[in-house]
Write a protein that binds this ligand. Structure first.
Ligand code: TYM
Length: 337
């Protein structure tokens, strides 16, 4: 049986190069393998912080456009919007009954959000349970994500284990897939992760060439002049080398050799040019897709149509294991009563 890959993108802000290099690049590359892929826009996950509904609707749609422009191919992957598959939430409820609230409170992302002043609503706390449901409902083998999602993946495995221990083997344990750039750092502060919540350190996939150039030329480095890779001692230039390597396909060693004896300005200029060359086809595709919104909607609807029966089948299995009575259209509903 082919392996199953599941991953989601949260529509809070636009996609940046960290999302691309940490996750999307893998999602696209995995399309060459004989796997079954479920990729989705995690819209429910984007509602845990204060938002404007009409802006959010656009953000959700644009995230799907960005994913398609970046290379998610609907002929190879099932692409859908999370809220179009209500079974994710049904499963999340059941998984919540085997998850300890203490564990949820220990999630780094949750603690960081609270520290940054966000209202600790229940959605923010329960966020990882829904994420576990997103993954377990499709019996995922692999979950390609950036390093920041590692803890959520570990919790997903703990939740799956807890359910299996209580009710018998129901879920398999998914593995996180990280690639060579699992943690892209901010351009303005390379000791912090590149994140949509601090947009000035982000290089967005939709940034115009002049903005890209400006962001790269002013990216924080250090007072040294040589180009070398040492993430601990020289986080700024090391981060730029990782990003440059990720978009050019040339290894970090090769780039270091290429820029031996050259200064930061030359390195950054060259990187900005290649970044713009890399982004150009993506941005052109994005523009085309935005001019044909109906087709994008159709892709998402087709995706949901394919995902719904698979998710419903799994939910029915889980409900049965958990002692619930099957729905009226299931003729097994009287068995065991
Ligand atoms: P999100 O939308 O914050 O990020 C999408 C993907 O990008 C990765 N990522 C990064 N990788 C490297 N460097 C960075 N600076 C960086 N920033 C983000 C993330 O790790 C992620 O893979 N909770 C998820 C969405 C989600 C999900 C899921 C993912 C919901 N359900 C089920 C996988 C499976 C999130 O907020 O990702």
């Amino acid at each position: 049986m082919s392996k199953i890959v599941v991953s989601g993108l949260k529509p809070s802000g636009k996609l940046h190069i960290g999302n691309y290099l940490g996750a999307i690049k893998q999602l696209v590359e995995l399309q060459k393998k004989d796997y079954k892929r479920f990729y989705f826009i995690a819209d429910y996950h984007a509602l845990t912080t204060k938002y404007n509904p009409s802006e959010k609707r656009v953000e959700i749609f644009n995230m799907a456009v960005d994913a398609l422009a970046a290379g998610i191919d609907p002929k190879k992957s099932i692409l859908f919007i999370q809220s179009h598959i209500p079974t994710h939430n049904n499963l999340a409820w059941l998984l919540g009954t085997v998850t300890s609230s203490g564990q949820l409170g220990r999630m780094i992302e949750y603690k960081e959000k609270i520290k940054s002043g966000q209202v600790p609503n229940a959605g923010l706390l329960n966020y990882p349970i829904l994420m576990a449901a997103d993954i377990l409902i499709y019996d995922a083998d692999f979950v390609p994500v950036g390093e920041d999602q590692r803890q959520h993946l570990e919790l997903t495995r703990d939740i799956a284990n807890a359910f299996n221990n209580n009710f018998g083997e129901t879920f398999q344990l998914p593995k996180a897939l990280h690639n060579a750039t699992p943690r892209v750092m901010s351009l303005s502060d390379p000791t912090k992760k590149m994140s949509k919540s601090t947009p000035n350190g982000c290089l967005f996939l939709s940034d115009p060439p002049k903005v890209v150039e400006k962001k790269i030329m002013s990216a924080k480095t250090d007072s040294q002049t040589s180009i070398s890779f040492d993430p601990k001692k020289r986080p700024g230039i090391s981060n730029l080398l990782s990003i440059y390597s990720g978009i050019s396909g040339r290894s970090i060693e090769k780039l270091v050799k290429e820029f031996k004896g050259k200064g930061y300005a030359e390195f950054k200029k060259s990187m900005a040019k290649e970044m713009n060359d890399f982004l150009k086809p993506l941005q052109m595709k994005r523009k085309k897709l935005l001019a044909d919104k109906k087709s994008v909607m159709k892709i998402l609807e087709e995706g949901a149509k394919k995902a719904i029966p698979i998710a419903e089948r799994k939910l029915a299995e889980v409900q049965k294991r958990a002692g619930l009575i099957p729905t009226p259209n299931d003729n097994r509903r009287l068995s065991g009563i």
